[in-house]
Design a protein around this ligand. Structure first.
Ligand code: C2E
Ligand code: MG
Ligand code: MG
Ligand code: MG
Length: 277
């Protein structure tokens, strides 16, 4: 399958090269090298159980430390990785590194119930993906309780049979799926009924206006109720103020994540944060 990867990557980058006059191609090569040479790093952002105020999970967020350009945020390189055919490699690297990190924390006695990892919806078109994810968990002796896979709402909108098959197989393997950036993806709500997911993450653009806009408040509360009626865990992302947190608490949200508690942190910073709680 790695041969297919390279072929696909080569084909796509030829097109890229024509379109972007070559600069995209070298950027893509840099990214391929970055994955191989450990220039990618994970940052970690804690998730708080709103009932208890205690950490209940952590989201792994990828950063690229480029030797010339410095730190490149994921918004800049995920789309590139998708377009040159290396997003499967990248996301699986992130999953494996996240699982290994979780094991190390537990070995140190840090109580981290589970780790959330982002998966590009491009990977939902890849039939071997569920098996590959499951293999990583087995390699690390982790169970499906230890990991949550986040896919953006827009990624679930696809109605192609292949996407549905991959989602169903992930579910059949017990993999916990989360709908990321929920509320902005224009998916029809009835689609949600048929999705085998266990978590909804409300997009931060809704949380941002929860104090000032009664519409944002209504939408957030409605989304929470929909999630609850489907027995999903509902997470609010981008929580920045105590006031927002209080509103979410009153509404009955389950989990909060955002700068109010902590920005994404490097491993050492994150460990210090956990110990200081
Ligand atoms: P996301 O999964 O929705 O992650 C949340 C983003 O919001 C992160 O941006 C995080 O740093 C930021 N954030 C968290 N709390 C706050 C807050 O209180 N206020 C504000 N303004 N922002 C907050 P980041 O790390 O730049 O990641 C952006 C996106 O890139 C992610 O959105 C995710 O879709 C994607 N991404 C990151 N890592 C990976 C990865 O390993 N694989 C894939 N496929 N996508 C990734
Ligand atoms: Mg996410
Ligand atoms: Mg999100
Ligand atoms: Mg996002």
């Amino acid at each position: 399958y790695s041969k297919q990867f390279l072929l696909k990557a080569a084909n796509n980058s030829n097109q890229e090269q024509v379109a972007a006059g070559g600069s995209h191609l070298s950027f893509a090569d840099d990214l391929r090298e970055a994955i191989a040479q450990q220039q990618l790093q994970l940052y970690f952002q804690p998730q708080i159980d709103i009932n208890t105020g205690v950490i209940c999970g952590v989201e792994a967020l990828c950063r690229w430390f480029h030797c010339e350009h410095g730190m490149i945020p994921p918004d800049k390189f995920i789309t590139l990785a998708e377009s040159v055919g290396i997003i499967t490699e990248l996301d699986l690297w992130v999953l494996r590194a996240s699982c290994q990190q979780l094991l190390q924390w537990r070995a140190k006695g840090l109580q981290i119930p589970c780790i959330s990892v982002n998966l590009s919806s491009v990977n939902l078109r890849y039939p071997a993906l569920p098996e590959l994810i499951f293999e990583v968990l087995q390699e690390c002796h982790l169970t499906t309780d230890d990991v949550i896979i986040e896919i953006t709402e827009s990624g679930f909108v696809e109605h192609e049979p292949i996407v549905q098959d991959v989602i169903n197989e992930l579910y059949a393997n017990g993999i916990q799926l989360s709908v990321d950036d929920f509320g902005i993806g224009y998916s029809n709500l009835s689609r949600l009924q048929t999705l085998p997911v266990s978590q909804l993450k409300l997009d931060r653009s809704l949380i941002e206006h929860i104090e000032t806009s009664s519409i944002a408040r209504s939408i957030s509360e409605a989304a929470l109720q929909i999630g609850k009626s489907m027995q999903l865990q509902v997470v609010a992302e981008g929580v920045e103020s105590e006031n927002q947190y209080q509103i979410l608490k009153e509404f009955g949200f389950h989990v909060a994540q955002g700068y109010l508690f902590s920005a994404p942190l490097s491993v050492t910073q994150f460990e210090r944060w956990v110990i200081s709680q």
